[in-house]
Design a protein around this ligand. Structure first.
Ligand SMILES: [Cu+2]
Length: 278
């Protein structure tokens, strides 16, 4: 009787410790797998992002004990009160973007264009679509908070197949070799703008490209990529020292790349080149 009680107690302890260590490892794995994610509201839209107009709190996985179903999809979230009204965000195009990590700021997880129907409370809910084959999608919830401020809740979860951009430590080797995910990731191309030149490759392969543009000049600059049926440009000029990125899926052909600032003056001064997409 006594032995049996000890046996049961021991079994319960073993189960508890197994359960504890399992949940514990799931929790720590989730934290390792998810560095905090920088997030910003940008001018422009998800396809052609402009400057950052509002940094948001970094997204994190909630810390602490894991309870409930261990198969639950882990979500990451951040809540920020910003000194801007929702009206201001809706008057012109704005987009809300989540980056992979501070170290890999040029890799994106998800982006939501800010727009839609405002509900009876004046709040707006927008969907955030996957970027770079990250496997992440999300929701942003923007609620007026008085005095012209807005509470911004950003929530993302890795719910889509693939996940090339996701850092999940355990799943890394598995997902990194998925061809579909590899295809979905745009090629990163650095573009440097100066007074008055554009430094970038003049020949690139067709496919999704992210032009990562930095203005190292002393004047505002921008970038236009123009082809027969296509024109891409940043929503806002880049001020000296500013960076932005432009996504384009360019079919093979010849394009002209130039700076549109100064009503043609920058272009005439040397900020023009021919880009061949093969
Ligand atoms: Cu310029």
């Amino acid at each position: 009787m006594k032995t049996s009680t000890i046996g049961v107690t021991a079994l319960a302890l073993v189960l508890a410790s197994l359960g504890g260590s399992f949940l514990g490892s799931a929790g720590s794995q989730a934290q390792e797998a998810s560095p905090s994610r920088p997030s910003h509201i940008h001018a422009g839209d998800c396809d052609e992002l402009g400057e950052v107009i509002q940094p948001l709190t970094f997204l994190t996985v909630p810390g602490g004990e894991v309870s409930g179903n261990a198969d639950a999809v882990i979500a990451e979230a951040a809540f920020t009160s910003i000194p801007r009204s929702l009206d201001e965000l809706l008057t012109e195009d704005h987009a809300l973007k989540v980056h992979l990590s501070r170290e890999q700021i040029q890799t994106y997880l998800a982006c939501g264009d800010i727009g839609g129907t405002v509900d009876a409370d004046g709040a707006l809910i927008v969907g955030m679509k996957e970027l770079d084959g990250s496997g992440y999608a999300g929701i942003a919830y923007l609620v007026p908070a008085g005095n012209g401020s807005t509470s911004v809740s950003v929530m993302i979860a890795r719910v889509l197949p693939g996940g090339e951009g996701a850092p999940a430590a355990g799943a890394q080797t598995e997902t990194a070799e998925t061809p579909a995910a590899a295809d979905a990731a745009p090629e990163l191309v650095d573009v440097t703008l100066t007074n008055f030149a554009i430094d970038m490759p003049t020949e690139l392969a067709a496919g999704p490209i992210r032009f990562s543009i930095v203005n190292n000049g002393a004047a505002p600059h921008n970038l236009v990529i123009e082809g027969d049926d296509l024109r891409k440009t940043l929503a806002n000029n880049l001020q000296p020292g500013q960076a932005g990125s432009l996504n384009a899926d360019l079919p093979p052909g010849t394009y002209v790349v130039y700076c549109p600032v100064g009503e043609g003056a920058h272009r005439a001064n040397g900020m023009e080149l021919e880009l061949t997409i093969t």
